[in-house]
Design a protein around this ligand. Structure first.
Ligand SMILES: CC(C)(COP(=O)(O)OP(=O)(O)OC[C@H]1O[C@@H](n2cnc3c(N)ncnc32)[C@H](O)[C@@H]1OP(=O)(O)O)[C@@H](O)C(=O)NCCC(=O)NCCS
Length: 161
């Protein structure tokens, strides 16, 4: 079953656990030409900004439909937030799940007292760029050949008050 915009508000979002990692990894592999290795997700277990969106399954279980990985790094004064990875299962896109995950990650960054949150995005990735703009991120600069295949990255930043 796909997720529609009206349903997304009821999709539970919670901190990722080890039991979620295989599903997260499978979505990663379907979403990116150069996916993170499984071990990269293991390193973020326990971080408040590693979140999964879930859908109930018929057998009283749940399956992961999307995830976000965000963290903060210490800085002089307040920490800086970084959205490192976000993806939604292809069957569940354009239903509001990505928006929900990003919003929850931003709440976690604000809770950690981040002054701003940055991310990198491929310059051709219009769905993601539109999502980030809709959440207050602004394009600050472009880094040529940022990705291994030669594509440039846009550096986008969302300032907190
Ligand atoms: C980017 C991604 C996470 C968005 O997830 P999603 O659940 O489809 O996004 P939502 O349904 O919450 O959409 C939120 C906003 O994103 C933008 N958006 C989403 N899909 C879009 C598309 N196909 N084209 C243009 N804008 C799009 C829109 O601004 C949308 O707001 P709207 O619904 O008011 O128009 C998803 O497309 C994805 O997993 N892509 C592959 C992985 C990826 O590229 N991640 C980003 C790495 S930087």
């Amino acid at each position: 079953m796909t997720t529609t915009a009206s349903e997304a508000g009821s999709v539970p979002v919670r901190q990722a656990t080890r039991a979620d990692l295989l599903e997260v990894f499978r979505i990663e592999q379907r979403s990116f030409p150069q996916p993170w290795p499984f071990a990269a997700f293991e390193r973020f277990l326990g971080q408040p900004g590693f979140l999964v969106a879930c859908e109930a399954t018929p057998a009283d279980g749940e399956s992961v439909v999307g995830y976000v990985v965000a963290d903060t790094v210490p800085n002089h004064g307040r920490p800086l937030g970084h959205v490192k990875d976000i993806a939604v299962h292809p069957d569940h896109r354009e239903g509001g799940v990505g928006s929900l995950l990003l919003e929850r990650a931003l709440v976690e960054m604000a809770r950690a007292d981040a002054s701003s949150v940055k991310l990198e995005v491929r310059e051709s990735n219009d769905p993601a760029i539109d999502l980030y703009r809709a959440h207050g991120f602004e394009h600050r600069r472009t880094v040529p050949r940022y990705y291994d295949d030669g594509e440039a990255a846009l550096i986008m930043v969302r300032e907190f008050q």
